[in-house]
Design a protein around this ligand. Structure first.
Ligand code: UDP
Ligand code: MG
Length: 317
């Protein structure tokens, strides 16, 4: 009987330093597994020698496929390209910087083979080595998004997970352009086992995310999986209308009963400015959703592959 095939998807953006370590470690682990394997490296428009490193590895090792994007499309697009081009019975996504320890793979495969789960996901239980402010925002973000959306996201969840083919098909069917994989994994369901591990710092190179990029990614996740901000805006509108109406009655009564000296300019200005600000804020929230609708309606491809050693590669998807 033919062995099962495991596909590893590795998004790489300026990872020339980390890749040799990664390759060495991962091949060691793959040697212990009782299944065939293919490695799909997605070069996400790197500006360093990542592509050359990949070509060098692919020459030595026939299990390696590389897919090189025409520009930087982002990690989400790189993962999507990996899913579209993977042919394994099981598919795993891993970072190239060793923050997703390859040593967990045998355990993950064992769990999935037990038949109880469709997917084995990993979760960091510590955030050592990360800036304090970043960890704090991350924790608040997970609390918030779980409360206001139906995407079930575990705190500290990584994109590192092993999945059955069926789950990958479901992910590809989620064709949205503004992708937030942690939400997508949660939304499609399936039986998932969570494997906790201690945080590992990257072996070489630098993180590609600064604080504001992560912040934007978080907002994107909320907008993609929740209508709560829009409902909040409507809530504000209703509350303000009610307050304004009561206020109007108060003013009319005061005018009729007491007569009205010219006063109250300051309070009027306060109210105008307050409501003006609130309206801008709510319009901004609406704008976020409209912008997303606009970008989705264009149906642009998620990624464009300029070069690959896989002749059957789906070049655009
Ligand atoms: N990555 C990518 N495209 C990008 C940014 C990152 O493919 O535009 C890859 C990167 O090469 C790495 C993974 O995504 O394999 C995670 O990136 P990073 O380690 O910088 O993120 P962090 O672990 O700091 O959250
Ligand atoms: Mg990393």
């Amino acid at each position: 009987m033919a062995k099962e095939l495991l596909s590893l998807i590795v998004p790489c953006y300026n990872e020339q330093e980390a890749l040799p370590y990664f390759y060495k470690e991962v091949t060691k682990v793959l040697g212990q597994l009782d299944c065939d394997c293919e490695m799909l490296f997605i070069n996400d428009g790197s500006k360093d020698g990542t592509l050359d490193v990949l070509k060098g590895l692919a020459e030595k090792d026939k299990r390696i496929k590389y897919f090189s994007f025409s520009r930087n499309f982002g990690k989400e697009a790189a993962m999507f390209a990996g899913f579209c081009n993977a042919s394994g019975d099981y598919v795993a996504v891993m970072d190239a910087d060793m923050q997703d320890p390859p040593s967990l793979l045998p355990k993950m495969l064992e769990l999935i083979h037990s038949g109880e789960y469709d997917s084995v996901a990993t979760r960091r239980v510590s955030r050592s080595g990360e800036p304090v402010l970043r960890s704090w925002f991350a924790r608040k973000f997970y609390r918030l998004i779980n409360r206001i959306s139906d995407a079930d996201i575990v705190d500290g969840a990584r994109d590192f997970r092993l999945m059955k083919k069926e789950m990958v098909e479901a992910i590809i069917a989620m064709g949205e352009n503004n992708r937030f994989s942690k939400g997508i994994f949660g939304w499609i369901g399936f039986r998932t086992c969570w494997l906790p591990y201690e945080n590992v710092e990257r072996v070489a190179g630098k993180t590609k995310w600064n604080f504001w990029q992560l912040f934007g990614y978080g907002i994107n996740g909320i907008i993609n999986f929740s209508e709560a901000p829009m409902n909040l805006a409507s809530g504000f509108g209703i509350a303000m209308t009610a307050i304004a109406f009561l206020f109007l009655i108060f003013i009319v009564v005061r005018r009729v009963v007491l007569g009205d000296p010219v006063a109250g300019w300051a309070s009027t200005m306060c109210v105008i400015i307050f409501i003006g600000g609130l309206q801008m804020f709510c319009m901004g929230i609406m704008g976020q959703y409209i912008a997303k609708t606009y970008s989705e309606s264009k149906h642009r491809p998620h990624y464009i592959i300029a070069e690959s050693n896989d002749e059957n590669a789906k070049k655009v998807g």
